[in-house]
Structure formats: C-alpha cells, structure tokens
Design a protein around this ligand. Structure first.
Ligand SMILES: NC(=O)c1ccc[n+]([C@@H]2O[C@H](COP(=O)([O-])OP(=O)(O)OC[C@H]3O[C@@H](n4cnc5c(N)ncnc54)[C@H](OP(=O)(O)O)[C@@H]3O)[C@@H](O)[C@H]2O)c1
Length: 252
C-alpha cells in the first residue's frame, strides 16, 4: 500500500530527507515550502507552496490529501509552523515526526553572548559604534534600525527590501554553505568585530562561528525558540531510518 508523507521543509535537510524517503517504493512524498525564497533550489520531489492558514488549515489539508505521516523538517527558528504541525497532527489524527538538528555549543576560544531575541541582540551590541555582521534572515534585520550607530554587513539569500534606515550598511547576496576560510576572509575584509547569529546548528553555516573564534571576535547568539515536544530524530539518516525500519503503518 502506498503511503503519503508530507514534509514541512525550507531547509537543506528537508530536501535530503524527501529524496531519501521518495526513493522507497511505497512512499509518495510531497514537500511543503512557505514560499519566502524567490527562487528556491530544486527539491527533487513534488512541491506545494504557501501557508495553510494556521493549524486548522494544515489539519484540513492533511485530511483532504489523505496524508499518512507528517514530518516537520522546518528550520529550528520557524517556531510557528512547528507548533501548527504538532497541533494539526493531533486534530487530524495523523502521526507526526520532527527532524530536530541539535544546536551548536560554545567551545574553548568562543566569545558568545547569548540572548533570547533579536531585540536583545541589538542591546547586547552596546552604544559604541561597531562593525557588525548580521547573519540573520531578512525579516530579522529590521530590528537593528534601533542601533544606527553601527556599520552593518548584511548577508541574505534574497535582497533586503526595504533597505535598513541606517547610514552605513553593506548588502551581500549569497546562499550557503559557507566555509570557515571564506568566512574568515569576509570578517577581515569588512573589519567585523561582532557577528550576530542564530544557533542554527549543522555544518552549512558553522563557518562564521569557527571564523569568529579564529579571529577572536564576539558572537551575539540568539537562542532557539521553544518547540513542541514530538517524537524526533537529529539527522536525516536517523529520521529516514525510523520511517524505513518501522514503515509508515507503525505510526498509524
Ligand atoms: N526562521 C528561520 O530562521 C529560517 C531559516 C531557514 C529556513 N527557514 C524556512 O523558511 C520557512 C519560513 O520560516 P518562518 O520562520 O517564517 O516560519 P514560521 O514563523 O514558523 O511560520 C510562519 C507561517 O509561515 C507558513 N509556513 C512556514 N513554513 C511553512 C512550510 N514549510 N510550508 C507551508 N507553510 C509554511 C505558515 O503559515 P500558515 O499558518 O498560513 O500555514 C506559518 O504559520 C520555513 O519553512 C523554514 O523552514 C526559516
């Protein structure tokens, strides 16, 4: 019997997981994207795009499309859709699994200041002008207009529009992964003395954290939001193994 799996994505891991599960003979995999990125990379499986309309909308979608298993493989800072996934799965009586990539831990030589929100990150930079690398999503950088005294380097996948209302900001368009040697060259070129980052975990964006350690500068690390407690695995391989080992029927 064919099983329908819906993967909530928007991450490299979601795409990899979709590929792995779609290769199984009895799985029909669809990947769901929020539609934030203007030209997302090819996903390799059927994709649906756009919000569902809250937990109610997602529950209705699960019922209407006969989904047998929901997998939340969204980014660790996408807390709303993760909460919706847990709630919708309960409402629709569909099992849910989550891919929860572990966060980074500080190691010797790191100079991290950990804060709860981007607003707190603005405060943590202090009043004196600094050269700050904002390695954040384009939705989050607006908070830094509250501290126009700093010089900003802002990197994003899509252009930041409107531009920040600050006197000095340099914009860089790039899509990871980013290696430590290149990140170090970037920090040095722009004389960066603070990096503001989310604790994304994984390898693809760790380069800037390692580079900041190597050149001895501060990282203002925005802590992860709270996520719902659902059965989860830390890696693509582990989650695919759970699904393949037990089969979708196991979760029904
Ligand atoms: N936040 C980050 O730092 C970050 C980084 C890299 C990638 N991403 C990816 O970008 C997407 C948006 O992130 P966000 O932080 O804006 O999310 P969010 O705040 O948790 O979600 C806001 C709303 O966007 C819709 N949505 C989010 N992810 C979706 C998905 N995979 N499929 C369909 N609808 C989705 C939902 O709308 P409805 O309520 O209408 O269903 C959700 O309520 C996520 O898919 C995430 O994996 C986020």
């Amino acid at each position: 019997m064919t099983h329908r799996i819906l993967i909530l994505g928007g991450t490299t891991e979601a795409r990899q997981l979709a590929g792995k599960l779609a290769a199984g003979a009895d799985c029909l995999v669809t990947l769901s994207l929020a539609g934030r990125t203007e030209s997302p990379v090819a996903q390799g499986v059927p994709v649906r795009t756009g919000g569902f309309g809250g937990a109610d909308g997602l529950a209705a979608h699960l019922r209407e499309t006969g989904i047998d298993l929901l997998i939340d493989a969204t980014h660790p800072y996408a807390a709303q859709i993760s909460a919706n996934a847990a709630q919708a799965a309960r409402m629709a009586g569909v099992p849910v699994l989550a891919l929860r990539r572990p966060g980074w831990e500080p190691v010797e030589g790191d100079r991290w200041t950990q804060v709860d929100t981007t607003g707190d990150a603005v405060q943590a930079l202090g009043p004196a002008p600094r050269h700050v690398f904002l390695a954040l999503g384009r939705q989050e950088v607006a908070a830094f207009e509250a501290a126009p005294q700093h010089h900003y380097l802002i990197r994003s996948v899509d252009p930041v529009e409107p531009k920040l209302a600050v006197p000095d900001a340099t914009y860089l368009l790039a899509r990871g992964p980013f290696r430590e040697t290149e990140e170090r060259a970037l920090l040095e070129k722009h004389r960066i003395d603070a990096v503001v980052s989310k604790n994304s975990g994984g390898e693809a964006t760790y380069g800037k954290i390692a580079a900041a350690r190597a050149v001895g500068i501060e990282v203002v690390m925005v802590r992860r939001p709270a996520l719902p407690d659902v059965p989860s695995a830390e890696t693509v391989e582990a989650l695919a193994a759970i699904v393949n080992q037990f089969g979708v029927d196991h979760f029904l």
